[in-house]
Design a protein around this ligand. Structure first.
Ligand code: NAD
Length: 423
């Protein structure tokens, strides 16, 4: 592992052409108190705000939501966790303008992830950004560039990267215990209800809908967008693949030791309900990598598999297989006989602690943003393959789409004038 303080200040960043940030930010001591602002306080942001407040030597000074009631609710949750109420604000630029804030946590809707994180880097904040780290492929590239340019620690919220037994399982795979690993399968199941047919209404009182839309071109408010259902509209979300597929696809990519694919295909549809949802509820996506390696992801948003519990991921190698699930792992021989079972448990706090340590030590975090971007990019490519109905061919050095202008148009999005992220 790269030694402390080397990663952002030395060889790790220099090769990427980084310049020292020109933005003022505090020089931190190894044990110094970190000041945090949280942007987006739905279920996830509120949980993150309380969890960061519970970390040693951390003060959550701001909670921010464009929905006033949600910001206030998060402030109360932080107070319960730490005894002190943070400022509840509706405009995250208040956090950016406060030079005493070291860390921005971005837990908004997906279309705000990269734009918010890029602005955070430019304002001198280190950033914990929820998964997926971007709403489209170009934004992921810009976010990596912003992290390098401003020399900020940026970690994505794919917390399994910090679960102890998952890390151990990766060591087992990379040490060759099941031989060369060439195929990884993963799944997500849920029983989500219909989102119905929405109707145009005035935005609810207390919601700044203009700031909620932010970088996305303006659309009239409809009553089945908020909260949470934005995931199922391409304008703001990335479907189940970007919502939950990202967690296990990231593990597949890590275990196989691959970066960018050569081919991506996707099939499925919105089969279960007839409603406004644009993204599929039934989805089968495959990613082929150089040197004969494949990832398969299956998503069922509105139907559970009957045989439970099922592992989250299965790796297949020349000498056996390894399953991941519940924070632990099991190793099997080639005939499917169990050789070793190691129990574990989810531990999201380990991911937050790893990020904060990386900020204090200027070290590379477990889910450094370039890794987060590569896994998120797989989700974007899977969605582009679904939306165009075509097999994508990609450059394995960059993930860029080859010889398909229509598909390549989805690499980025149209932005509301004045809101396009700039690095
Ligand atoms: N890592 C995990 O396990 C995990 C779990 C759940 C959610 N998430 C991610 O966290 C994000 C939030 O999820 P959620 O379930 O809380 O969704 P949600 O829709 O309930 O909450 C998002 C919140 O962001 C607010 N928001 C939008 N734009 C904003 C802005 N410009 N400034 C301030 N607030 C803004 C919304 O008003 C809303 O309250 C999603 O991107 C999701 O993918 C991650």
């Amino acid at each position: 592992m790269q030694t402390r303080r080397e990663w952002l200040t030395g060889a790790g960043a220099a090769g990427l052409g980084a310049a020292f940030s020109t933005v003022p930010s505090r020089v931190l001591g190894a044990h110094e108190r970190l000041v945090v602002g949280v942007m987006g306080t739905g279920g996830r942001g509120t949980a993150l705000a309380a969890a960061f407040e519970n970390q040693p030597e951390v003060e959550v000074a701001y909670v921010c939501d464009v929905d006033r009631a949600r910001a206030d609710r998060a402030a109360a949750a932080v107070q319960r966790a730490g005894g002190r109420a943070p400022q509840a604000v509706q405009d995250f630029r208040k956090i950016l303008d406060d030079r005493t804030v070291d860390v921005l946590v971005v837990a908004t809707c997906n279309h705000w992830h990269a734009p918010g994180a890029i602005l955070g880097c430019a304002a001198g904040k280190h950033v914990y950004v929820e998964k997926p780290c971007s709403h489209n492929a170009a934004e992921g590239e810009w976010l990596v560039e912003a992290a390098r340019k401003h020399r900020r620690v940026v970690q994505m919220g794919n917390q399994r990267r910090s679960w102890a037994r998952v890390r151990e399982a990766m060591d087992v795979l990379h040490a060759g215990e099941i031989g060369r690993v060439y195929y990884a399968q993963s799944w997500y199941f849920n029983t989500r209800p219909t989102i119905g047919q929405g109707k145009e209404t005035a935005p609810p009182p207390g919601l700044d809908y203009d700031l909620w839309q932010g970088p996305a071109p303006r659309r009239p408010f409809r009553d089945n967008y908020l909260h949470y259902h934005w995931h199922w509209f391409w304008h703001w979300g990335n479907g189940e693949l970007g919502n939950n597929g990202i967690h296990t696809i990231d593990l597949c990519r890590w275990g196989l030791g691959v970066e960018y694919p050569v081919q991506v295909s996707s099939t499925g549809g919105r089969y279960r309900f007839r409603d406004d949802q644009e993204t599929p509820d039934t989805n089968l996506v495959t990613f082929n990598f150089p040197d004969g390696k494949t990832i398969m992801w299956e998503g069922l948003s509105c139907n559970r598999m009957p045989q439970a519990p099922r592992p989250e991921v299965v790796f297949h190698g020349e000498k056996g297989s390894l399953t991941l699930g519940g924070g632990g792992y099991v190793v099997y021989d080639p005939a499917g006989r169990e050789l070793r079972r190691v129990t574990g448990a989810p531990n999201d706090a380990a991911h937050f602690a790893n990020f904060l340590e990386a900020v204090r030590e200027r070290a590379r975090p477990h889910s450094e943003i370039e890794e987060g971007h590569r896994s998120t990019l797989l989700c974007h490519l899977g969605n582009i393959a679904y939306r165009t109905g075509r097999v994508l061919h990609c450059d394995p050095k960059t993930g860029r789409i080859r010889d398909d202008r229509e598909a390549a148009r989805h690499w980025t999005r149209e932005y509301e004038p004045g809101w396009k992220p700039k690095v």
